[in-house]
Ligand binder design. Structure first.
Ligand code: FAD
Length: 368
């Protein structure tokens, strides 16, 4: 039987970033991904925004890894030719209450170590984004864009170059954990024995954790749908424009993204779905989606929209519960050589590089 030092379950941005980080420190690392290609789930079905870290409670894993991940991901992308751009972003306020919320965001952002935050008035906003309606906006200079699918590929390529075996169509099906190792079966990889296992299974991380008897967390899938604005109106927005965040904590609200390729995307909305791979059924009707986007871009009309794609968030909060839930990154309580990453929703793309360093440290401590 093959023996590994570490097996990573899940070939999204988190699993691949962990693989790239471990590859530099450890031999005999395997990554197993159930789908035929890497990065096909949340990691390539998102907004591609490198968040700054202003939204999350100080001291949380989201705050820490988002701020650090933002810096690391720009560095990594520049070094590995991953298309990216520090565009900055505007968070708009349309009412006095939303303006007060912007002030709270600045305070929180500064506590989290986010630099350069400033409020701009309606006139300056009109100069930067003439079609956007708001009375003020928060300027967040460290936010930007990255081509998420290419980022996943770059982490995977680095891992593979340093000897990690990346197996696709290899679903972790069964585990037999023992004190010093874990025996497992993963699709066409077959049987394997490993000293450490990292659960980076995204939407399915709760189910992978349950294989070890760890059932504390449950993931509730929340779909986000995107629409694209017709070519003739792409020029209506120059960069990244967000509303003040949705108080439910389910999402940051439908925002406007001028992608690196020049498309104008609207989205994502936030809707609970039953099925973790239901990307297509019962999309929100064009008119009601357009109404959400009109809050930022009043001249937009339903006919200006074309359906684009959707992604599914791995939320830890059940429907109806408000607030932001933190990432869970922990050693399994029964099997400390199993590292569980659960509830890695937004800003997981931004945070992946920093989470990977943290996880690699935990793995190194286990193998020492
Ligand atoms: C609509 C939307 C918009 C978002 N926007 C942003 C954004 O702008 N900025 C940002 O920072 N973050 C954003 N996010 C969050 C970000 O995309 C995710 O946090 C991140 O991609 C999570 O990466 P992951 O590797 O944990 O999960 P995934 O990409 O879902 O990867 C997990 C992988 O595990 C595999 N897997 C599952 N079970 C098994 C098994 N048993 N065996 C083998 N493989 C398995 C899956 O097939 C999958 O490929 C957004 C997310 C969504 C859905």
């Amino acid at each position: 039987m093959e023996r590994a030092n570490a097996v990573i379950v899940g070939g999204g941005v988190v699993g691949c970033a962990v693989a790239a980080e471990l590859a530099l420190r450890t031999s005999d690392v395997f990554l197993v991904e159930q789908l035929p290609r890497l990065g096909m789930a949340a990691s390539s079905r998102n907004s591609g925004v490198l968040h700054s870290g202003i939204y999350y409670p100080p001291g949380s894993l989201k705050a820490r890894h988002c701020v650090e991940g933002n810096r690391l991901t720009y560095e990594f992308s520049a070094a590995h030719d991953v298309p990216h751009k520090k565009t900055g972003k505007l968070i708009t306020a349309t009412t006095a209450e939303e303006e007060a919320e912007l002030a709270r965001l600045i305070e929180r952002g500064r506590e989290n170590g986010v630099e350069g935050l400033a409020v701009i008035g309606a006139e300056e906003l009109r100069r930067r984004e003439p079609k956007v309606a708001a009375r003020a906006a928060l300027w967040v200079p460290s936010a930007g864009l990255v081509e998420s699918e290419l980022l996943v590929k770059a982490y995977a390529a680095l891992a593979a170059a340093h000897g990690v075996y990346l197996a696709t169509s290899a679903r972790l099906e069964r585990v037999e954990p023992a004190t010093d190792f874990i025996r497992l079966r993963a699709g066409r990889v077959g049987e394997l024995e490993t000293r450490v296992l990292v659960n980076a299974a995204g939407l399915f991380a709760d189910e992978v954790a349950a294989l070890f008897g760890y059932r504390r967390y449950r993931i509730y899938p929340v779909r986000g749908e995107y629409w694209e604005v017709v070519v003739a109106k792409r020029g209506w927005v120059n960069a990244l424009v967000y509303p003040t965040p949705d108080p439910s904590g389910l999402s940051l609200g439908v925002h406007l993204t001028k992608t690196l390729a020049g498309r104008l995307l609207l989205g994502p909305n936030a809707r609970h779905v039953e099925d973790k791979d239901d990307y297509e059924q019962d999309w929100e009707p064009r008119e009601s989606f357009c109404a959400r986007a009109q809050k930022l871009l009043p001249e937009l009309r339903p006919d200006d929209l074309r359906p684009a794609y959707s992604g599914i968030r791995a939320k830890l909060k059940p429907p109806g519960q408000a607030g932001i839930e933190d990432f869970v990154v922990t050693r399994d309580p029964l099997y400390p050589h199993v590292i569980q990453l659960i509830g890695i929703d937004s800003p997981g793309l931004t945070a992946a590089s920093s989470l990977a360093r943290y996880v690699a440290q935990l793995v190194a401590e286990t193998l020492a």
